[in-house]
Design a protein around this ligand. Structure first.
Ligand code: UDP
Length: 478
């Protein structure tokens, strides 16, 4: 008999580190299954040449990459939100995507399944039109996805801004949320991004299912409740197949931050990083630095330029490359005074490698979902410092449900003072609440590892979905 044709899966990642990196890991996982090949499609817009090159270079040969040509979004207003820009890119590149999918369908590989990520549901219309089964990859957690799916109903049934809703929002299996904790994209009804989020929800219903970057021990109640709704036909099913985390790379181990960590005592360093985009105001930067210094804890801090306007100011590499240096915005003498016990790194550090270094004992995190999963994978407790996107709900889940995060209290104006920073940093690193959060983080790491083991829950669910793809691929080949 002729050798069985391999099952070809096409993945599409929207622009943004927090999307491209986990989709690349999904590609690695699919390609690791027997008899599967993958095409990983990304957009030219917002991806500077080599941003993801080391991740892509580490993918196995059965993963091909394809780049959709750049599209113009010059006509968007200068103050358009990041989500509005991303979605404009996705929609305008659809004709290119259609051409690519058509040529792949006509090639010997065919396409067994198409999996665009969360901000690309318009692509599902294209795959449906071409007769290819579509799934949605959710790079964040299922609670965040549940709130997004609930947005049209909130939109219909309320009139005020969500942050002014008097009642908590209680979704099945989810931590009760205040309206202000919902996605920050939908906090202003007048902003065009709001309408885009409300609209994309109905497109998700075109998908056969959601592949979610989460795992049972993290969100058990949410997963059970969601799939009850899916059994009732409300939503497509959610498959908790995560986490998808970038493996440690040899190349990064040369970074000066890791060599510096080698010289620090075990569990002594507080690592601080607000993701690929997070920015603090000038005042908050001052308070954070002063509090850190007062806490007398060792630290490793990835700094960005401060921004008084935007909490995601560095999202697309904003502020870099003008010869200015973010260290200039730290308090005078801070770097000199903390020399030996603290290290400041500009813009970017090898986070996965840092978190798993034995010297790291805590993480001040913006609670981006990838960062959160990386903290769990390293068993490191966090100080939750959410800034934008779905990070406020992630922070709540981590502190209230997982118990692995402490939360600093902010002043009325949102600023966390130096005294609070010092207190919470000490508590996390050497206090009782910190010890308890560390224990929880380590327990969760164990559960997560079990889920990914050959018999584990995440792996079994993943293999079941892949089995469906294989069957679909064989059917189209027949
Ligand atoms: N990251 C990193 N070094 C940095 C900042 C970020 O390696 O200095 C990685 C981090 O490990 C994570 C991703 O970038 O994998 C950021 O994703 P996340 O969802 O945490 O936040 P986002 O950047 O999307 O807000």
């Amino acid at each position: 008999p002729a050798p069985e044709r391999s099952t070809h899966v096409v993945l599409l990642a929207c622009p943004g580190t927090g999307h491209v990196l986990p989709v690349a890991e999904l590609a690695r996982r699919v390609a690791g299954l027997d008899g599967f090949t993958v095409t990983l499609v990304t957009f030219t817009n917002f991806s500077s040449g080599d941003q993801y090159s080391s991740t892509f270079a580490s993918l196995p040969p059965s993963v091909s990459t394809a780049l959709l040509p750049e599209v113009s979004i010059d006509d968007l207003p200068a103050d358009a939100r990041a989500e509005t820009r991303i979605i404009a890119v996705v929609r305008r590149a659809l004709p290119h995507l259609r051409d690519l999918l058509r040529s792949l369908i006509d090639s010997p590989a065919g396409i067994a399944a198409f999996v665009p990520d969360l901000f690309c549901p318009w692509a599902l219309e294209v795959s449906a039109e071409l007769g290819v089964p579509g799934y949605t990859f959710c790079p964040t957690n299922l609670m965040a996805l549940s709130t997004i799916l609930h947005t049209p109903e909130l939109d219909r049934t309320t009139t005020c801004e969500f942050r002014d809703l008097p009642e908590l929002i209680r979704l099945p299996g989810c931590v009760p949320l205040h309206g202000s904790e919902l996605l920050d994209t939908i906090q202003d009804r007048a902003n065009p991004a709001y309408g885009l989020i409300v609209d994309l929800v109905k497109l998700y219903l075109l998908a056969q299912g959601f592949l979610v970057n989460t795992f049972d021990a993290m969100e058990h109640e949410t997963i059970v409740a969601f799939n009850d709704l899916s059994d009732e036909g409300v939503y497509p099913p959610a498959y908790a197949v995560g986490p998808f985390i970038r493996p440690r790379s040899e190349e990064s181990s040369e970074h000066n931050s890791l060599r510096w960590l080698d010289d620090q005592p075990d569990g002594s360093v507080l690592y601080m990083c607000f993701g690929s985009g997070g920015t603090l105001s000038r005042e908050q930067t001052d308070e954070l630095a002063a509090g850190l210094e007062a806490s007398r804890q060792r630290f490793l801090w990835v700094v960005q330029f401060p921004s008084d306007k935007d909490k995601s100011g560095a999202f697309f590499g904003g502020g870099r490359g003008d010869g200015d240096n973010p260290v200039k915005y730290l308090p005078e003498g801070f770097v000199e005074r903390t020399e030996g016990t603290g290290l400041v790194v500009l813009f970017w550090a090898p986070q996965v490698e840092i978190l798993s270094h034995p010297a790291v004992g805590g993480f001040v995190s913006h609670c981006g979902w990838n960062s959160t999963l990386e903290a769990v994978a390293a068993g490191v407790p966090t100080i939750a410092w959410p800034l934008y996107a779905e990070q406020r709900m992630n922070a709540k889940m981590l502190s209230e449900r997982a118990g692995m995060a402490l939360r600093p209290e902010a002043r009325e104006d949102g600023v966390v003072t130096r005294d609070e920073v010092a207190a919470v940093a000490r508590e996390l690193m050497v206090g009782e609440k910190g010890a308890s959060a560390r224990k929880k983080a380590r327990q969760l790491r164990e559960e997560m590892e079990k889920g990914l083991a050959p018999d584990g829950q995440s792996r079994k669910v993943f293999e079941a979905v892949a089995g469906t793809w294989k069957a679909a691929g064989n059917e189209t080949a027949a």
